[in-house]
Write a protein that binds this ligand. Sequence first.
Ligand SMILES: Nc1ncnc2c1ncn2[C@@H]1O[C@H](COP(=O)(O)OP(=O)(O)OP(=O)(O)O)[C@@H](O)[C@H]1O
Length: 248
Amino acid sequence: MRGDRTILDDVTLHVPVGRHTVILGRNGSGKSTLVKLMTKQIHPLGGTGVRVFGREHWDVFELRQRLGIVSSSLQADLAGDAPVTAMDTVLSGFFAAHGLWRHHRVTDAMREAAAAALKRMQATHLAPQPVTSLSTGEARRVLIARALVNSPEALLLDEPCAGLDPATRRQFLDSLRPLARDGMTLILVTHHIEEILPEISHVVMMKDGRIAADGPRETLLTDDRLTDLFGMRAAVTNRDGWASLSLG
Ligand SMILES: Nc1ncnc2c1ncn2[C@@H]1O[C@H](COP(=O)(O)OP(=O)(O)OP(=O)(O)O)[C@@H](O)[C@H]1O
């Protein structure tokens, strides 16, 4: 609840480690609220609570190391801070901080891990640049590298493609595919079925603060299900493991 309004109601959801999952829904369906529950930014008023990696109570700092988070709002937060380089932004992931501060002790091992994470995201050349000077697509790759420094077991991607043009979006999504194949659990939150990586096999549909459907990709990414979800006649096309949608 927020104030006296019920935002999520009767939500039961289990995301096993290792099952790449997309949470799909229209604006206002409750996706961000669900994400905040998973990341322990907010807490439910009732029910059985939210367990992450089997535990309900977390030191948020510790949780961030096991559950990496990338969102477009995180990018906005970082852009609002004093200018820091892409390398320092990645290093700040070790401290769950925005940017580096005097009390942060950066070790050589941390620098090596940060360089490796940037390399993994094909972003080595961006290391010395201020994050504020990066394009949205470049900044998004740096944020993924920031999440990767802690070798998290899962990565929560909250509308990670917001603001990306179609080609940059595909390149960005392609850069995530090796992570999924290497066994890092991906949880993608989006409005767009075009962003669902071929590796994502499980779909959760949210509608009006409830889980409208929860099941395998092939049974849920269908014309009928998406027509119901979006409230408009929908037709799905599949090509090379990617789906696209036409409406109307
Ligand atoms: N702090 C808040 N106070 C009151 N209502 C809120 C608050 N946060 C969210 N809501 C309401 O909860 C509902 C779900 O919002 P939420 O942001 O979780 O949806 P969403 O699926 O993430 O939407 P979008 O795709 O547009 O980000 C909306 O009706 C929203 O207005």
